[in-house]
Design a protein around this ligand. Structure first.
Ligand SMILES: [Fe+2]
Length: 315
């Protein structure tokens, strides 16, 4: 149907020049002329690993469990989702709104595989970055992880096969902390119950970047925290040999809006929120997952990245 033909069949009461008579609603003419900005963003389609089903609370063992116990009691499904290149968003996403933001953040670290250099140099850089990004008054970096994807290794894992010595990219949609473990992390980092009780607001924030060239293989996708529904997050247990952890797995919804930053280079850092103790008005959980870039070939350099986890405390 042509534009002229379609405009001849407007619903009764519609204005013929594209102004709706109902406030907040666009007429058919206006919809033809104006397209929401997000539809114009460069995007790709890739598969993301969502939780499909579990027998009770999802449990995943990160080691070979005793005979008769399944390595996991849950199933995942790969769902093709549009992932938009957030570089083209205007205005740019903000961490307290969408749950993530990108910073130009040059680093003085030479070798990210040198733990001493990372903890002596990069931790203070990351701390300053998270302060600038979130407005927190105190930031304590408590963990870091260097990841290198191995050729041919399936993505659908939590990135720590076997003894956890060779972490790869994480292909399942998840949030690093749940409501419960987010709260517990405050005490674990501070090791001071009274001090922890005196803190009114804190957040757990990740800083993620390439440690080599631009990220072209298995980039990181982040889900706009505003597109989450109440039933989308499912607490799942991760069992290690020496401890148990809990994170959120995510059920699929077509409402989820996914973004990535194309070809992130070594001097850029993605800052995104895993948990916020504030319940109202801010993003709280940011689901994320690595995905296979549809344009990556066998010649594409495999992704090498580092993430640090930070406790951000607000006055
Ligand atoms: Fe994660």
């Amino acid at each position: 149907m042509s534009v002229a033909a379609s405009s001849a069949f407007l619903p009764s009461g519609s204005h013929p020049i594209g102004v709706s008579s109902v406030p907040g609603q666009l007429s058919l003419n206006a919809r033809l002329r104006y397209t929401p900005r997000t539809r114009l963003l460069p995007s790709l389609v890739a598969e993301l690993g969502y939780l499909k089903h579990s027998d009770g609370k999802p449990i995943t063992y990160m080691y070979e469990p005793a005979a008769g116990i399944k390595r996991q009691n849950c199933e995942f499904e790969l769902v093709s989702m549009p992932i938009m290149d957030a570089r083209h968003l205007a205005p740019q996403p903000k961490i307290d709104v969408a749950g993530f933001e990108l910073w130009e953040a040059p680093t003085e670290v030479v070798d990210f595989r040198n733990d001493k250099e990372v903890s002596s140099k990069y931790y203070s850089e990351a701390s300053a970055l998270v302060k600038a990004s979130t407005g927190a008054s105190t930031v304590i970096v408590f963990d870091h992880q260097v990841r290198q994807r191995e050729a041919g290794r399936p993505l659908l894992s939590f990135g720590r096969a076997g003894d956890g010595s060779k972490p790869g990219a994480v292909g399942r949609v998840h949030v690093d902390y749940s409501e419960e473990t987010g709260q517990k992390r405050l005490n674990l980092v501070l090791q001071d119950q009274r001090l922890a009780e005196s803190i009114e607001r804190f957040a757990i924030v990740n800083v993620w970047r390439s440690i080599k060239g631009p990220i072209l293989d298995t980039p990181l996708a982040v889900c706009d925290a505003r597109s989450l529904g109440a039933g989308d997050l499912v607490a799942g247990e991760i069992r290690y040999q020496s401890r148990n952890g809990e994170l959120y797995l995510v059920r699929h919804s077509n409402r989820h809006r996914w973004y990535y930053y194309s070809a992130m280079h070594r001097n850029e850092a993605l800052v995104f929120k895993q948990y916020d103790s504030l319940i109202n008005s801010v993003s709280r959980f940011t689901p994320h997952a690595a995905f296979d870039h549809p344009e990556a070939t066998e010649a594409t350099p495999l992704r090498e990245s580092i993430e640090v986890r930070c406790l951000a405390i607000f006055d």
